[in-house]
Write a protein that binds this ligand. Structure first.
Ligand code: ZN
Length: 176
């Protein structure tokens, strides 16, 4: 409860303040983030189930998609802040999970195409390799360098991706 702030600095392009803190009792050190929140958002799934929007869940789902990709954490944090700002700017408290998923897809597409395809495979619930082929064809991505996604990489195991994305409550179906 009682902590000392050792250092404060702006983070994520000024969208957050990062503070290094220490506990006077045990000397433990940790970091806290202070962010502007314009609205308390509620995510509404297709089933109608409502859950409070949780930035950390969004961060985790994106972390799974970008895992082992050569992207600075700072860029990812900025992307997440940008998505949250867009959600807050919609002017509604209730946001459909599809809206969030679509914004994530759009942001990932400009950030990293491999992460984009990984996210899409879960969000759009690809069942077989043909679904990937169709998606890549539709998106005009068939000729882009997807081979460097690391085909023997454990992250390409769809179960690994599903597990991570399952936490975010953004899937179009309720059991994903
Ligand atoms: Zn302590």
């Amino acid at each position: 409860m009682e902590t000392q702030v050792k250092d404060s600095r702006p983070s994520e392009d000024g969208a957050a303040i990062r503070r290094r803190r220490s506990c006077p009792e045990c000397g433990g050190r940790f970091t806290t983030f202070e962010r502007v929140q314009l609205r308390d958002l509620v995510i509404v799934k297709r089933s109608g189930r409502r859950t409070p929007f949780d930035r950390s869940k969004l961060e985790r789902s994106i972390a799974v998609a970008v895992r082992k990709r050569p992207i600075d954490q700072e860029r990812i944090d900025r992307m997440v802040s940008g998505i949250v700002r867009q959600l807050e700017s919609l002017g509604e408290t209730d946001i459909s999970s599809e809206t969030v998923g679509d914004l994530v897809m759009k942001a990932l597409r400009s950030l990293d195409v491999v992460a984009y395809v990984r996210y899409a495979s879960v969000y759009r619930d690809f069942k077989e390799t043909q679904d990937f082929a169709n998606f890549l064809g539709d998106e005009g991505l068939s000729d882009e360098g997807l081979a460097d996604g690391g085909s023997n990489d454990e992250v390409d195991d769809p179960h690994v991706i599903k597990r991570g994305l399952g936490e975010q409550d953004l899937s179009s179906t309720d059991d994903a």
